[in-house]
Design a protein around this ligand. Structure first.
Ligand SMILES: Cc1ncc(COP(=O)(O)O)c(C=O)c1O
Length: 421
């Protein structure tokens, strides 16, 4: 088989395999035929060589589809990652409808991916319905950047289908809706299938974009639930080891794929080959890691729910979570992120950060090791208190990204630090 055919072959071959098999094999290839390496090679090169002037001309004309020209325009190592994500996010929709094309474009960060997804859908004079609880930089992107491009964003509570319907009826020309589920740090959910139904009934062309960073395709596949676009901060669980900042956009809409490709090419927001390779390596263990993140988080959530120093635990796996039934329907398991509220408020939050062992005091999430942070004194310290409380960030709220350590050690570390409050 020709070398250039191998990535496609592996992707197609893997579509009806299980998730773990796809995570390992999809998109992989062995490099040059005369140096076939078991792990796909890192093409750490800014530019590619043409054998002849005619080959160069064919590459630039687009006639040679698999030709590489310059890494900003495409790179074989980045392509492996894109092909693997196609197979992880898109296998279900592709098997249901083989005519559908699933395309992924990789970016240098989650924010570059979100920017591209939104700008691919909307331009000057357009409106986008935006989740009212989204990652802080996504909010800033809307207020600082999209607004200057003439794109208006309208905040909507995506946990409430009636609110989505009312907002769509008020803005029927909206080009897209964008939301996260689970949301950060409240761990509330949006019903992806429900939102897709409501939006399509009013404006069939509005694009439904889901930030799937917290869940990953292992736990939740928005394209199978009716969404058009999935975005990831691949910095998190997708990479899993805290070594890279990267982003991904996957879509079933060909026109959007073309727009995304133009954006990555013309803005220059492509990831470096080594970063793409690290993310691809991380993906190979995604199912194993997620199973452990989920079981550890579940055990910690149950433990904290009974703890006298904790007034509330926010975790979709608990029966006390207001959307537990939706979580069971929409997700394979409940994820590794949880937040809880300390009875002792702001001071207790600060003390906990300074005394806890095993957990690392750091923002970000989805790493193999456990991270902890106190939004009121850290990430949300500059948000006015009223606004912060409206977003569910109470004074004593603590967020943890549960790692894959031995769960007994995590529970003991929490117990020891909570006892000192
Ligand atoms: C849900 C979510 N989306 C997007 C981003 C942005 O990703 P990045 O930091 O890779 O740009 C983050 C970062 O924390 C996030 O938590």
């Amino acid at each position: 088989m020709e070398d250039s055919k191998k990535p496609d072959y592996k992707e197609a071959f893997c579509l009806d395999c299980g998730f773990a098999t796809r995570a390992l094999h999809a998109g992989e290839h062995y490099g040059q035929p005369h140096t076939p390496s078991h792990t796909n090679p890192i093409y750490q090169s800014s530019t590619f060589v043409f054998a002849t002037a005619e080959d160069g001309a064919r590459a630039f004309s687009g006639a040679a589809e698999d030709a590489y020209i310059y890494t900003r325009l495409g790179n074989p190592t980045v392509k492996v990652l894109e092909a693997k994500i196609n197979a992880l996010e898109g296998a279900g929709v592709k098997l249901a409808n083989p005519e559908l094309r699933v395309s992924t474009v990789a970016f240098s960060s989650g924010m570059a991916a979100i920017h591209a997804a939104l700008v691919a859908c909307a331009g000057a004079g357009d409106e986008i319905l935006m989740g009212n609880v989204v990652y802080g930089a996504t909010e800033h992107l809307c207020s600082n950047v999209l607004s200057r491009l003439g794109i208006r964003t309208i905040e909507v509570d995506f946990t409430d289908l009636a609110a989505v319907q009312t907002a769509m009826q008020a803005h029927p020309a909206a080009k897209a809706v964008f939301f996260e589920t689970p949301m950060n740090p409240t761990m509330m959910l949006a019903d992806i299938a429900g939102v897709s139904r409501v939006v399509r009934a009013i404006t069939p062309d509005a694009r439904i974009i889901v930030d799937n960073t917290f869940a990953t395709p292992y736990l939740q596949r928005p394209l199978e639930l009716g969404a058009d676009v999935v975005v990831h901060s691949a910095t998190k669980y997708i990479c899993g080891h805290g070594t890279v900042v990267a982003g991904l956009v996957t879509t079933t809409v060909d026109r959007l794929k073309d727009e995304l490709y133009k954006l990555v090419k013309d803005v220059g927001s492509s990831p470096g080959p080594f970063d793409a390779w690290l993310v691809n390596q991380g993906l190979k263990t995604l199912p194993l890691r997620m199973d452990r993140h989920c079981s550890n988080a579940m055990a910690i959530a149950r433990h904290l729910e009974k703890h006298p120093a904790v007034s509330k635990v926010h975790f979709p796996g608990l029966e006390s979570h207001p959307q537990h039934d939706l979580a069971r329907r929409q997700m394979k398991d409940f994820g590794g992120m949880l937040s809880f509220e300390l009875v002792g408020g702001l001071d207790a939050g600060r003390t906990l950060m300074n005394t806890i062992r095993v957990f690392t005091l750091a923002v970000s999430l989805g790493c193999v090791d456990s991270l902890i942070q106190h939004p009121a004194s850290m990430t949300h310290a500059c948000v006015p208190r009223d606004k912060r409380l409206k977003g569910g960030v109470t004074d004593g709220l603590v967020r943890i990204s549960v790692g894959i350590e031995d769960v007994e050690d995590l529970i003991q570390a929490l117990d020891q630090a909570l006892a000192g409050l």
